[in-house]
Design a protein around this ligand. Structure first.
Ligand SMILES: Cc1ncc(COP(=O)(O)O)c(C=O)c1O
Length: 488
């Protein structure tokens, strides 16, 4: 399709925006009408008409025959435009926009085919995805849908909410009403809605230290002030909550991310008591509860709560695929309507076809069969990883959080925490993708972080043979970095 050249109005608008953004500062000369006309491929008359409009509004000054210059005090308010790190102007951003602009998302180095093993947490093996089952479900969902294409309910398809209500009771001993469920585009959107609806700019929130970075960042973008509270091998240190000036907490009690602790019941009760005392709210992120290996499943915190203090968050990102972007909130009844409205304002509703396909999987039992299959595969990967670490690195490493989920944390006894970035960088050169734990800490209590390098090792996308080869490289790396010689 041919690109239509800008008209006088378009040129006027573009120049006005550039003046407003400080691209052309007061006193600066604009391009000559001849040069700009040639550059844009329009007639000189068109450019002249645009300049005349700017002149008549006081944005530029210019005598007959002289180059047009930006007026010393251009008409209208011209707030100082914010600039990004590269000096580019960022006109018109709200305070929220500014905070988002300052947010540095976790680096995702491109997954390279050259890597022997990429232990990137969050990825699943493509071969584990139940393609045929999903394809059939999508086809059935497309057939089942009515003739007329119209918007769905903002809280999600009723059939899916019903199917999830039954699933949560079967799989998680979580009893709720269908009306408490709001379907979201993955946990991340659930967190974003919580941040917008429950946090004032300048308000505080409690977060585990170390923590899931995308949760901390979404609350911080909403203007929240993080109060990091140490997490240990049993999850959040609830004994540290007393007296904190916050009414919102984000926790991962079934499998603390990243350290892997399962919160014992005494701490759960303490956390609930804290929420009740401050009339606050706890967001329970139950992100990987499908994967339990040597331990019995623990019911969620939600199942212990009596009142309205828990918002439960689930996702299909670990059981099916992170790209499907479906998750769900289970809300206190009083909050469900406002979350539903916020969801409608954000994007009307989650994609309908995918919602109906997921309903079919849940109703037919295919979802749970797939979860069982996936759990077996990941149990095998996990066993291979633990055996390889033990065989190649023995007591030079400590492994945490292996009882559940799709990742472990590995601590390296002989390598200082400060060397983590170099360790990770050399790992890439040698052919393994490994990821440091350092960025997940906020250092509430510097002494709480062991002074040794630590890695978050995700294994759900790595096949057992690759895991073995990857750990062999890791062991060589440890040899190169530590003072003691590697074990044979
Ligand atoms: C702690 C935690 N929560 C939630 C998620 C999943 O997020 P989503 O449902 O947005 O894919 C992850 C994924 O890695 C996670 O680690």
């Amino acid at each position: 399709m041919a690109v239509r050249p800008l008209g006088a109005r378009g040129i006027y608008s573009a120049l006005k925006a550039q003046i407003g953004a400080g691209v052309y500062r007061p006193g600066a000369a604009l391009p000559s009408t001849r040069a700009l006309a040639a550059e844009l491929g329009v007639s000189r008359t068109t450019v002249t008409a645009a300049y005349e409009q700017l002149l008549s509004e006081g944005f530029i000054s210019g005598r007959q025959g002289a180059r047009a210059r930006v007026a010393a005090i251009p008409a209208g308010p011209r707030p100082e435009a914010a600039r990004d790190g590269a000096g580019q102007a960022r006109p018109g951003l709200s305070r929220y926009g500014e905070r988002v602009a300052e947010t540095v998302l976790p680096a995702r180095p491109p997954s390279s085919a050259r890597l022997v093993a990429d232990f990137r947490y969050g990825d699943l093996a493509a071969a584990d995805f139940p393609s045929d089952i999903w394809k059939r479900a999508v086809t059935m969902a497309a057939r089942r849908r009515p003739q007329r294409l119209s918007y769905d309910a903002p809280a999600g398809a009723q059939e899916l909410r019903q199917a999830l209500q039954a699933y949560l009771w079967r799989a998680r001993s979580l009893r709720c009403e269908m009306d408490q469920i709001v379907i979201v585009n993955g946990s991340q959107q659930g967190l974003d809605l919580c941040a917008r609806l429950l946090l004032e700019p300048g308000g505080s929130f409690v977060i585990e230290d170390p923590c899931y970075g995308m949760a901390r960042q979404v609350f911080a973008a909403a203007g929240g002030i993080a109060i990091p509270v140490e997490a240990d091998q049993d999850g959040l240190r609830t004994d540290r909550l007393a007296g904190l000036a916050a009414r919102l907490a984000y926790v991962t009690p079934s499998h603390q991310y990243p350290l892997g602790g399962v919160m014992p019941v005494a701490r759960r009760l303490e956390l609930l008591a804290w929420a009740r005392r401050c009339s606050g709210c706890v967001i329970e992120d139950d992100y990987d509860s499908e994967y339990r290996y040597d331990i019995a499943p623990v019911p969620p915190l939600y199942a212990l709560a009596e009142g309205n203090e828990i918002i439960y968050l689930g996702t299909v990102s670990k059981a099916l695929s992170p790209t499907i972007r479906l998750g769900y909130l289970v809300l206190p009844p009083a909050l469900a309507p406002v979350f539903t409205t916020a969801k409608a304002l954000a994007d009307r509703h989650a994609p309908g076809l995918e919602q109906h396909a997921l309903t079919i999987l849940l109703e037919s039992g295919a979802y749970e069969r797939h979860v069982r299959r996936s759990r077996r595969r990941n149990a095998e990967r996990r066993a291979t990883l633990l055996a390889a670490l033990s065989c190649r690195l023995g007591d030079r490493v400590t492994v945490a959080g292996a009882d559940a989920g799709l990742h472990v944390v590995v601590w390296f006894r002989d390598i200082a925490a400060a060397r983590e970035p170099d360790f990770v960088a050399l790992g890439r050169v040698k052919g393994i993708g490994v990821y440091p734990i350092g960025p997940l800490y906020m250092h509430a209590d510097a002494a709480a972080r062991p002074d040794m390098a630590g890695l978050v090792i995700g294994y759900a996308s790595v096949e057992p043979q690759e895991i073995e080869r990857g750990v062999a490289i890791l062991a060589e790396l440890v040899g190169a970095f530590s003072t003691e010689p590697p074990q044979p």
